[in-house]
Design a protein around this ligand. Structure first.
Ligand code: NI
Length: 201
């Protein structure tokens, strides 16, 4: 007996914990330091660093996206180099899902990170992502990864493959409400972003 139904093929995706390389990725992309213009509070520090680090790859994603069929998932790794711009730790651009009611998980694989989250009402949550910790990002929360350690941060993500990303929600508000900075004692703390104004979104 034959069937004409075509199912998506299952896959086993081996992940190298240290580098974040994922086998059978359907997409791999990189961001260089200069691509992150405008994200950090200290623009002078950013420009000074960019003179040396501008072409350095500071962020990579390996992802496996089989389809955008209803119910399908995208899985992959996010790889972030360590560093600071002024006293602010390296961050990703951050987004809300274009379909904002779609949640996401991030599993800490290597390094020490923070998932910075902001609800539409302006509530802020920052949760550490260390190896063995699964962070759950609920629907409707803006989210951004922060590398607060001295090593590469590798996390494994999973979300609805049709969720998409809206990056403009952060830009329109002048950034996220809080920034993650060096606390001067080897750790991190949240500080208010005075440029934040959610009215525009
Ligand atoms: Ni997301």
């Amino acid at each position: 007996m034959t069937s004409t139904t075509s199912y998506i093929a299952p896959a086993a995706l081996r992940i190298d914990p240290a580098s974040g390389f994922m086998e059978h990725a359907t997409r791999h992309y990189e961001k260089r330091f200069r691509d992150l213009t405008g994200l950090y509070a200290d623009d002078g520090a950013f420009r000074r660093l960019a003179a040396d680090l501008g072409e350095v790859v500071v962020y990579e994603v390996w992802e496996h996206k089989a389809s955008e069929a209803p119910g399908d998932l995208i899985v992959g790794t996010s790889v972030m180099k360590p560093g600071k711009v002024g006293d602010e730790y390296f961050i990703t651009r951050g987004h809300i899902h274009a379909r904002a009611d779609r949640a996401e998980t991030y599993y800490g694989q290597a390094g020490r990170g923070v998932m910075l989250m902001e609800s539409p009402a302006g509530e802020v949550r920052a949760l550490e992502m260390t190896p063995g910790v699964m962070v759950y990002v609920p629907p409707h929360w803006i989210h951004r990864s922060v590398n607060v350690g001295s090593d590469t941060l590798v996390t494994v993500f999973c979300y609805d493959s049709a969720a998409g990303q809206d990056y403009g929600i952060i830009e329109r508000a002048g950034g996220m409400r809080s920034r993650v900075v060096d606390d001067g004692r080897g750790g991190w703390k949240l500080v208010d972003n005075p440029a934040w104004s959610p009215a525009g979104r």
